[in-house]
Design a protein around this ligand. Sequence first.
Ligand SMILES: Nc1ncnc2c1ncn2[C@@H]1O[C@H](COP(=O)(O)OP(=O)(O)O)[C@@H](O)[C@H]1O
Ligand SMILES: [Mg+2]
Length: 248
Amino acid sequence: MTEAMLDVQDLYKIHGGSGEDHPVLRGVTFRVEPGEFVCIMGPSGSGKTTLLHLLSGLDEPSAGQVHLGGVDLTHAGERRRTVVRRDQVGYVFQFFHLMPNLTVEENIGLPLAIAGRSVKSQSGRITELAKTLGIEERLGALPHELSGGEMQRASIARALIGGQPLLLCDEPTGNLSQAAGREVMEELRRACDDEGRTVVLVTHSPRDATFADRVLLLVDGEMRAEEELRGPGLTEDDIHAALNRASI
Ligand SMILES: Nc1ncnc2c1ncn2[C@@H]1O[C@H](COP(=O)(O)OP(=O)(O)O)[C@@H](O)[C@H]1O
Ligand SMILES: [Mg+2]
């Protein structure tokens, strides 16, 4: 068996504070192979964002293990996790997390700067990505001057610029029109098909899910293996039917 991009074993997460005894994730186990495009769907509050944080090493599980590109994140330590995340993961945050005092162009280039790479030499690529995502007119703007959709597109460009092998995308079309959302999905599919990147997408949109090779359902803190859908050729009807069966 080739090495998985992600190998997730029996993952539990109990958030501190309220609801201490109630795990959000309860024994989540799955693999994602290199070059796969996997979609995760589940009700609001089912732990999708929590799961993506654990997959990227942004947060630590209460129990269980995540291997990312063969590295055991659970036992890696903070510094190693940071390096693995920088080198391996492009992340589209649900709530963008743009740096408020940097322009859109600087925000998009930030992963390059953090990795010690020349932002200037990549300015053509930044412009190209901004064009693809329809924000080339906004490169000089500050985040507070943007609409929600523009912030989302800037955060997608920032996740794509570094060329990391794994893209973790948390509801990346949630603030976009149908047409803009479709363009983003086509871009993610292209990153997978043409560049061999692995995509893990969280979405509520059956339309978005049709772009995936595989759809996993997260319900009551567990992956519903019996509802796993495999492409190619998944239709929105297939996905609606699976969501209905799982009462989502
Ligand atoms: N940092 C946190 N501290 C305490 N509870 C949290 C935290 N993050 C998320 N939760 C809770 O965990 C549950 C799952 O949240 P989340 O992962 O954001 O779900 P989803 O992305 O599927 O909507 C929710 O009940 C949420 O309130
Ligand atoms: Mg979420």
